[in-house]
Design a protein around this ligand. Structure first.
Ligand code: UT7
Length: 342
């Protein structure tokens, strides 16, 4: 663990999920895809997911701003006290500017600078690490770290293998400088990347490789999310188990010391397999993939808030975050829970 000059903690967290619920039946009854409830539930654990109402102006930016607004309000501070807004997303509102800039404007964080982080399912952890480092170096005191997605805006709904997996949602956390006497602390974060695995999970289109209208094999499906599900599945189990073990070992902890494990919510079978490998009881694991599916960068912060709402984490508990996603990227975070306001 690296010694910092200023301790940082998550002092507030809040969610915003779109109201529109899409049950599994949406895909075969409304879209006419060749799929069924039994396949989706048994292969992924998903029962329903949320979707933004684009026609009503609901976007990744608006749900992020709503989560951020609630997060600030719960903490009882003025938006002008925020030093920075960092948003992890792969489904932002525009090619540029960063969606974090739009959020900064909506919430009235006039004194904050804002930027996005593209880390796919690991994005929130990268954002948390960045925010924590900014606070720990002593230069900034209040940073919003948000994970949010409008995956429904970037999926190909003719494609049953990927469209059923994802959902929309936003989770905002406030990372603050805290005194030594404070009960909460961001204790450790470990992250990894293997760019040679980028080919296993990516989105064509939207970048300089796949230009709209260009003559390449993927055109016209330029905005397709591609995933080699079996490879990603195997690596997700392997990397998440490994990074949890490494995090425990380097902090001289065992799973018995951990109050709550918050894993990335890609697939209940991945969570089950990690639990089996580590011999951990699912009672101490936050699981919301059934209700919200894979919300990519939003799974970790939204799951933390949902766990707080269910009274599953108390002040002083050790919370372990673990994730894996496109990049390929992965990581774990260790927190001493500060007891987020309700
Ligand atoms: O969050 C980022 C990280 N992502 C992940 O962690 C996801 C990792 N991967 C997975 O979770 C799983 O691989 C999936 C859920 C994506 C797929 O589950 P699977 O058990 O690996 O299924 P599969 O891809 O091996 O497909 C099995 C069969 C195939 O048919 P054949 O070739 O055996 O005849 C698919 O065409 O299931 C078929 N299939 C479907 N059938 C009904 C694929 N999607 C569907 C569907 N409905 N929606």
């Amino acid at each position: 663990m690296i010694q910092s000059i200023q301790a940082a903690a998550i002092t507030s967290c809040a969610n915003s999920f779109p109201e529109e619920i899409r049950p599994n039946s949406y895909f075969y009854e409304q879209l006419g895809l060749e799929t069924n409830d039994e396949w989706i539930r048994s292969r992924t654990g998903v029962q329903e997911r949320r979707a933004v109402r684009a026609e009503q102006g609901e976007t990744c930016g608006t749900i992020s701003a709503e989560a951020a607004r609630r997060c600030i309000e719960l903490r009882g501070i003025d938006p002008e006290e925020i030093d920075a807004v960092i948003l992890a997303t792969i489904s932002g509102d525009l090619g540029f500017p960063a969606t974090a800039c739009l959020v900064q404007d909506i919430i009235g964080a006039k004194n904050a600078f804002a930027f996005d982080i593209s880390g796919a399912c690991t994005g929130y952890l990268y954002t948390l690490a960045t925010a924590a480092a900014m606070v720990e170096c002593g230069r900034f005191r209040k940073v919003l770290a948000i994970g949010a997605e409008a995956m429904s805006a970037i999926l190909d709904y003719n494609e049953r293998t990927t469209s059923i997996l994802f959902g929309d949602g936003a989770g905002a956390t406030l990372i603050e400088a805290v005194p030594d006497s404070h009960p909460g602390r961001i204790l450790d974060i470990q992250m990894g990347t293997d760019g040679s695995g980028a080919k296993h999970l990516y989105r064509t289109g939207g970048g300089s490789l796949h230009l709209p209208g260009a003559d390449h094999p993927d055109f016209p499906k330029t905005a397709k999310v591609y995933q080699n599900g079996r490879v990603v599945y195997r690596l997700a189990v392997q990397r998440m188990s490994q990074v949890i073990e490494q995090m425990l070992e380097r902090n001289r902890l065992t799973l018995d010391d951990i109050g709550l494990i918050v894993p990335h919510q890609a697939n209940i079978r991945i969570i089950d397999a990690v639990c089996e490998r580590l011999s951990v009881s699912k009672e101490k694991v936050a699981i919301y993939v059934d209700r919200f599916a894979n919300t990519t960068a939003a799974t970790l912060p939204t799951s933390m808030r949902l766990a707080v709402d269910e009274g599953r984490v108390a002040e002083g508990d050790l919370v372990l975050l673990a994730t894996f996603g496109a990049g390929l990227t992965w990581g774990a975070g260790l927190l001493r829970w500060a007891g987020a306001p309700k």
